[in-house]
Design a protein around this ligand. Structure first.
Ligand code: BGP
Length: 477
């Protein structure tokens, strides 16, 4: 097949999230969030790291966006902290919060950078948790929609790209199955599916509200897509992959794209008594929203392997490597369904994430065949232990190699007919990794936090900064 490369208006971008970069956690009238609370529980995060200061983007956003402009970024994906807009989650609007994001949007537009806004990237106003348990209650739906509508009202004339939810599959899995994110619950499968249903309804109602308000931009959700390969050609392993896909991928993407849950997976949940409770009209509404979304957002980091898991009644979830010491992750799986053993054919990062550029192509092909939707790659990148030399240089050739191979695979997918609108690397500056602290760096720009909390916070361009700058200039490799 002849390569066509990336379309002319392709959006080369980079992404971040409020809690991971902003800091200023009590500044500008912001309310406390579930993460502000969670990181204060001893033992919950890597070396008790918090995002209180993060990389101080709250005070340095102009400097950061100027660097984006210097690089030539076409789009900047960032999230809005709900608790800056509504400190109590609902009720009175905090004008200072509104102005802060207005300034970020204007700063982007000043340089011709398209702002791409994530409405929810995991930081939930604590007041809503205290009032009714946050996502556990259907009350969250109207509060989320009210918040989203406020953003559409204030920023809708300037922002054309909206992401309702970041990785609903991850914040719910880590929050209600593995206890690694707030609210820190373990193996609460019934609530896990219920919380997801609430989040789907919140997403769906926000999408419909956007259209009702006359929004003509692009709107959709971003999903953490981990595609899978069967361990081998044994039918039970092929079936394990099939079940994994239904339960771990299509469970989310089918709802976003079709407005319905995968049938076999739903039958399995019903049999186990953990299916979500739905209200009359929910399914119809999910369908309407599915017809109104514009793209599938994909956050891609790795693929996995599926093998039949014959175990029954044992600890259902493995643990992730949060230390950066290779080999400290455990297999993840569901007894009786699947296990995720390591892929012997792929190298891994220091955090045991498999490195698989072709997996990105696989994701794009699957979405194109199954949903026929345009795709936004809303995250992709390599977390690593970067070193700054005495000359203030950072030679991150491993990151360049990683991104180059993924862009090559993406170009392949485009050539094969996938409609890809944007590619956002994770991340632009170094920032907080939820479970791994600041040592796991992803950025094109190194942030010196050596003397954090009063430290220099100076920004240094890594080698990958200059490399991506060229990729953007060439509209590809
Ligand atoms: C995604 C999140 C991001 C970011 C990224 C890297 O799941 O959407 O917020 O954190 O993963 O993950 P980590 O920081 O765990 O390496």
């Amino acid at each position: 097949m002849k390569k066509t490369g990336f379309p002319e208006n392709f959006l080369w971008g980079s992404a971040s999230a409020a809690y991971q970069i902003e800091g200023g956690y009590l500044d500008g009238g912001k309310g406390m969030t579930n993460w502000d609370t969670f990181v204060r529980i001893p033992g919950k995060t890597y070396k008790e790291t918090t995002g209180d200061v993060a990389v101080d983007h709250y005070h340095r956003y102009k400097e950061d966006i100027a660097l984006m402009a210097e690089m030539g970024l076409k789009t900047y994906r960032f999230s809005i902290a709900w608790a800056r807009i509504y400190p109590q989650g609902t009720g009175d609007i905090n004008e200072e919060g509104i102005t802060f994001y207005q300034n970020i949007i204007d700063e982007c537009l000043k340089y011709g950078i398209e702002p791409m806004v994530t409405i929810y990237h995991w930081d939930l106003p604590q007041a809503l948790v205290d009032a009714y348990g946050g996502w556990e209650s259907p009350q969250i739906i109207s509060d989320y929609v009210n918040y989203a509508k406020t953003l559409f009202r204030y920023y809708g004339n300037k922002v054309k790209y909206w992401i309702t939810m970041n990785e609903q599959n991850i914040f719910t899995s880590l929050g209600w199955l593995t206890a690694q994110h707030p609210p820190g619950k373990f193996d609460d499968q019934k609530m896990f599916y219920q919380v997801n249903h609430h989040a789907f309804m919140a997403h769906a109602k926000a999408v419909l509200a956007y259209r009702e308000m006359g929004g003509t931009g692009l709107i959709g959700a971003s999903f953490a897509y981990t595609p899978s390969y069967a361990l081998d050609c044994r039918p039970e392993n092929a079936m394990a992959k099939y079940n994994y896909d239904d339960l771990k991928n299509f469970w989310w993407m089918d709802v976003y794209a079709y407005g319905r849950y995968p049938k076999a997976a739903m039958a399995y949940l019903k049999e186990k008594g953990i299916a979500p409770v739905m209200q009359d009209g929910d399914q119809e509404l999910l369908k309407q929203a599915a017809a109104a979304i514009s793209f599938m957002g994909v956050n891609y980091y790795q693929s996995c392997v599926c093998e039949y898991n014959p175990m029954d009644g044992v600890t259902p979830y493995g643990t992730m490597n949060t230390t950066g010491v290779k080999g400290s992750a455990q297999e993840i799986g569901i007894p009786g369904i699947y296990n995720n053993p390591a892929n012997p054919y792929l190298k891994t990062t220091d955090w045991d994430w498999s490195i698989d550029p072709d997996g990105l192509r696989y994701c794009c092909r699957e979405i194109t065949s199954r949903y026929a939707l345009p795709i936004i790659i809303s995250e992709n990148g390599l977390g690593a232990f970067d070193q700054k030399t005495e000359e203030n240089e950072i030679h991150d050739d491993y990151r360049i190699h990683y991104l180059k191979e993924h862009i090559r695979a993406l170009e392949e997918a485009v050539t094969e007919g996938c409609e890809v609108l944007a590619y956002c690397t994770w991340s632009f500056t170094d920032l907080l990794s939820w479970l791994n602290g600041y040592q796991k760096r992803y950025g094109f720009v190194y942030v010196d936090r050596e003397e954090a909390d009063g430290g220099s916070m100076n920004r240094y361009k890594k080698d990958s900064f200059y490399w991506y700058q060229k990729v953007i200039q060439n509209n590809g490799l």
